[in-house]
Write a protein that binds this ligand. Structure first.
Ligand code: FES
Length: 97
């Protein structure tokens, strides 16, 4: 996982889960620890290593407390070997359609 800052200042965690590149907000919704310093598990959950919250890397949904709010999810696009991240979070309704 890689922590980056977008042009608008948003902290984002870019990850590769089984060959699929994705991005979520890089601040844990529990107490703002860096998600990129955590662990991406094989089941697709991102674990914050401070207090152990887990989030679905595709949807940002909370999978284990103590976090209660989901992570924002960002659209990504690969172009000429570069990963581009759209500088605003996609809504959950966009992801589910
Ligand atoms: S800061 Fe992430 S679980 Fe507490």
């Amino acid at each position: 996982m890689l922590g980056v800052t977008l042009s608008d200042g948003a902290p984002v965690c870019v990850f590769n889960h089984r060959g699929v590149i994705g991005a979520v907000g890089n601040l844990c919704t529990h107490a703002e620890f860096l998600i990129s310093d955590g662990v991406l598990h094989g089941d697709g959950t991102l674990e914050c290593v401070w207090h152990g919250a887990r989030f679905d890397c595709r949807t940002g949904a909370v999978k284990r407390h103590p976090a209660e709010l989901p992570l924002p999810v960002y659209e990504t696009h690969e172009e000429n070997g570069r990963v581009l991240v759209r500088p605003w979070p996609a809504s959950h309704s966009e992801l589910s359609s």
